[in-house]
Design a protein around this ligand. Structure first.
Ligand SMILES: [Zn+2]
Length: 422
């Protein structure tokens, strides 16, 4: 529930990050080091048949559906799930268990391979090759339904999956899982990362930040650093972090390597490439209320000129029949917001050749509006000057690129004034 609030300010928190920290390298995978490779049938490279036969331990290569390719040709869609039920009301964070099964079946019928977090990290840090299109499954928070509903499905399909747990929520209380449930899954295809200690709201981070640098660093040490130590002592093997609600800042990022994290995940959708920033990894949060997110995640098409479609970071030219934005916007397309005056934002930095001075924004009920434009960060932000009373708002953006072409995108969201303002 909290996450949808975070998403609204997420774009703003992501744009200020200039300095990037490279994590410590992973140890090279001994199984792949010096791997003799051969040309695959479709131009990729694969370990030679003889080598594969002599290394049956490398099961992952055998379950890939397509040949391995050069590192920079691979793209990964990271999926993020939360909670499941066949009977409770569906929300952004709660999905029908049968819908999860449908999605896993869609992956099975697709040409895409599901990879483990270990394989993902080895690929990102250069010690493993993967097929061209891959899927990585992650689940946040540690809801008990992950064990009761999702785990049997992953087991049935043979898919590895990665749990992001926060240490306040691994004791079997409320709707959390017990340690034994987590341990059983770790023995059957799961891996884990940290999702903080108490899952703080952005307001919690801000409160400690305002108390001064020392207080803030202590809070980060406790939430991000100590949570890894606790999870390591309980389960072992933690080297990934997932920002609660996607909320992150440069101070957090600068401390991640020191705690021993090699990668951190956001909630910004987009395909991950080999050049991905390790501490701001894109991820598609799969909402129970919006089937289009999974569809976008599964869309690996590449537009003419080699630009990927449907990526948050590197959108290509929008096809005429796909008016939804392929860049990050808030409120999220087709989402429901409870705040009566939601800021409307768009992050346009991924549009190649964008001419910022040509961007126009139109909002239903308001006509053309004058958004605040940050030319350096390439962001737009406009907050309606009065309460919105219309239940549906659509936002229309037009812009030109330096090649003189005109582009447009449109999305809409619902305003539900019955939902309390957070
Ligand atoms: Zn969470």
């Amino acid at each position: 529930m909290r996450h949808c609030i975070y998403l609204l300010i997420l774009v703003l928190s992501q744009i200020a990050l200039g300095q990037i920290y490279d994590p410590p390298p992973l140890n090279p995978d001994p199984m792949l080091e010096g791997t003799p490779v051969t040309e695959g049938a479709t131009g990729g490279v694969m370990p030679t048949a003889e080598w594969q036969i002599n290394n049956p331990a490398l099961n992952s290569v055998h379950r890939f559906k397509k040949p391995l390719v050069a590192r920079e040709k691979t793209r990964v869609a990271v999926l993020g799930y939360h909670n499941f039920s066949e009977t409770k009301p569906v929300t952004e964070m709660l999905m029908r268990t049968s819908e999860l099964r449908n999605q896993m079946e869609a992956i099975r019928q697709s040409p895409y391979s599901v990879i483990s977090m270990q394989e993902f990290l080895e690929w990102r840090f250069g010690t493993r090759l993967l097929p061209e299109e891959c899927i990585l499954i992650t689940l946040d928070d540690g809801w008990r339904s992950v064990y009761t509903d999702a785990y049997p499905i992953f087991k049935e399909y043979g898919y590895p999956f990665h749990l992001f747990l926060y240490t306040d929520y691994v004791h079997g209380e409320g709707e959390s899982m017990t340690k034994d449930m987590i341990r059983e899954m770790l023995n059957n295809g799961a891996s884990i990362g940290s999702h903080s200690h108490t899952h703080p709201y952005p307001s919690d981070w801000n409160k400690h930040r305002e108390e001064g640098e020392e207080q803030y660093l202590r809070f980060i040490d406790e939430e991000i650093g100590a949570s890894k130590e606790r999870l390591d002592s309980l389960f072992g093997g933690v080297n990934t972090y997932c920002y609660p609600g996607g909320y992150n800042d440069q101070v957090m990022i600068s401390r991640l390597p020191g705690y021993g994290y090699v990668a951190a995940f956001t909630v910004i959708p987009g395909k991950v490439t080999s050049a991905e920033i390790p501490y701001q990894i894109h991820r598609y949060m799969i909402f129970g209320t919006d089937a289009s997110i999974f569809t976008n995640a599964m869309d690996f098409r590449v537009a003419e000129g080699g630009t990927a479609l449907s990526t948050g970071s590197q959108p290509g030219t929008l096809p005429k029949n796909t008016p939804k934005p392929s860049f990050n916007v808030t409120p999220l397309p087709d989402s429901t917001v409870g705040c009566s005056i939601p800021p409307i934002t768009a992050q346009l930095s991924g549009i190649p050749g964008l001419n910022m001075s040509t961007v126009r924004m139109r909002v239903s009920g308001f006509g053309y509006v004058r958004p605040n434009i940050n030319k350096t960060a390439r962001t737009l932000e406009w907050t309606p000057p009065c309460r919105i009373y219309m239940p549906n708002i659509s936002v229309h953006l037009t812009w030109e690129t330096t090649d003189g072409r005109k582009h447009h995108a449109e999305w809409s969201f619902r305003v539900d004034r019955a939902v309390p303002v957070d």
